[in-house]
Design a protein. Structure first.
Length: 488
């Protein structure tokens, strides 16, 4: 525990939903719910307006729609969230070299290590300046907690929500914590909370009064000792600048159970490619490929294969995932698939052998060239017997013969229809005439778009055919800067 409140915890307010409201002027002050939009989708974030209806994170989307039928339901736009997060984390790193990100929208900062705060006055000034800088750079609000420990700083930021700042003066921790629910403490989830409630312990003060021995008897030594220390406000954990990633994974839950084995294999291949993209984006490679399958009866199977060395080759990951799938019975149906990579490293097996492989390839090329020269000197040809030249008339693939099994172009008499384009609610679009906008909804061959952008007034709504050639998907616009003005 520190003698000054120089540990800062920042938690952006309803981050995903707030980014959507800042990006879409017509949604400001409205109930916004971000998450999976299918029947099995889950709420990722709900705006404070939606929370008044009882909607919260991790709630099934179907339940959220019943509670808040008039809310705006949008797909997540992680590329935009990541870009905004990088701006916020950059502001934190200007305060200190010790920044510990917990997620895209949350982090601890050691202000003392950065020389930006040494007492309560300077810590409060730094926190208020940070909130103003975040507002100016992103148009969003964040809540700040300041205390002498990480646990208390996080408690303070939660109490400061939304868009506030709370500083806990050293020496006042127990008085502040005493009336709070035991669920306020990190690690006290629904199960532990209910166990404590049955024992008559509902507040942090009652937890401290119970004593360490009683808590150890109730929940075990490691958990009981930790709970007692937290109830007293004791936490000596340092702010750690780098948190090593242990794994990279992606998964999808399907609206309808998948039964077709070909479709399941295709989805696994697609997930493997997405996983490798994320793996490469983090600058890692991995050695163990993991396949996750949740079946129709909610039973979950996990299979893994460890390679000889780390890789970030999509073909290798796809092949390993396909082999793992062969060992899983999916006849009853599959509701979720996932592909992950563990055993991360910052190099690939290919790197280790790149120079030797290049040398071998060079030697092989030189040997082949020498063989061809020798054959030419003898008046022969360095061609396998009977092998026609690629592309020659009469050769497979040449102008005299179509590829085997291929139907000549136009043989059916009718061109194949182009697949119908799908427009997800909340996605970014660009119209050749009306400019940037976002999808409000689509169906029965039509897509409805609201044309507005960060910093503008609420825009007009127009409807188009889903195949309209003048309407295209686009990248998100920045919340502040190129879009024009602060999107507050």
């Amino acid at each position: 525990m520190r003698a000054a409140p120089t540990i800062l915890h920042l938690d952006m307010d309803a981050f995903y939903a707030s980014v959507e409201q800042a990006s879409k002027p017509s949604l400001r002050g409205k109930a916004v719910i971000v998450g999976g939009l299918g029947p099995r989708g889950v709420v990722a974030t709900a705006s404070y307006e939606a929370r008044r209806f009882g909607v919260h994170s991790a709630m099934p989307m179907a339940q959220a729609r019943r509670l808040c039928p008039n809310g705006a339901y949008l797909i997540p736009r992680f590329r935009l969230y990541q870009a905004v997060s990088e701006v916020v984390m950059g502001l934190l790193r200007e305060l200190s070299p010790l920044v510990e990100p917990l997620s895209l929208d949350e982090a601890f900062v050691d202000l003392e290590a950065g020389g930006t705060a040494f007492d309560s006055k300077s810590a409060r000034e730094t926190g208020e300046r940070l909130r103003a800088d975040i507002r100016a750079a992103t148009g969003l609000s964040g809540s700040v907690g300041l205390a002498g420990s990480k646990m208390l700083a996080k408690v303070a930021s939660e109490e400061a929500k939304p868009a506030g700042l709370l500083l806990i003066e050293p020496g006042t921790e127990r008085e502040l914590l005493a009336p709070m629910s035991v669920r306020t403490l990190p690690g006290v989830g629904p199960v532990t909370g209910e166990h404590l409630r049955r024992a008559g312990i509902t507040t942090v003060g009652e937890l401290a009064e119970a004593g360490e021995d009683e808590l150890v008897r109730m929940v075990g030594r490691s958990h009981g000792v930790g709970l007692y220390r937290m109830a007293l406000g004791l936490d000596d954990r340092p702010v750690v600048a780098e948190r090593d990633a242990k794994s990279v994974s992606v998964e999808d839950t399907f609206d309808v159970d998948l039964h077709d084995r070909v479709r399941i294999r295709t989805e696994v291949q697609r997930l493997a490619d997405r996983c490798v993209q994320r793996l490469r984006g983090s600058g890692h490679s991995g050695r163990t490929i993991v396949l996750k399958v949740r079946r129709y009866d909610f039973s979950t199977l996990t299979r893994s294969e460890t390679l000889r060395g780390p890789t970030d080759d999509p073909a290798v990951v796809r092949e390993a995932a396909a082999r793992l799938l062969e060992a899983v019975d999916t006849t009853g149906g599959v509701r979720l698939l996932g592909v992950g990579v563990t055993g991360l490293a910052d190099y690939t097996q290919e790197d280790l052998f790149a120079q030797s492989m290049a040398a071998e390839a060079k030697a092989a090329a030189e040997a082949a060239a020498q063989e061809a020269a020798d054959a030419a000197a003898e008046g022969g040809a360095a061609e396998p017997d009977g092998a026609p030249e690629t592309g020659a008339p009469g050769a497979p693939g040449g102008p005299g013969e179509a590829p085997r099994g291929a139907e000549p172009s136009g043989a059916s008499g009718e061109p194949e229809p182009a697949p119908e384009r799908r427009w997800a609610a909340g996605g970014d679009v660009l119209h050749a005439v009306y400019g940037p906008g976002w999808v409000q909804g689509s169906g029965v061959g039509r897509v409805t778009v609201r044309f507005e952008q960060p910093g503008s007034a609420p825009g007009r709504v127009r409807t188009f055919r889903v195949e309209d050639p003048e309407l295209e998907p686009s990248d998100p616009l920045p919340l502040v800067g190129e879009a024009g003005a602060d999107a507050t």
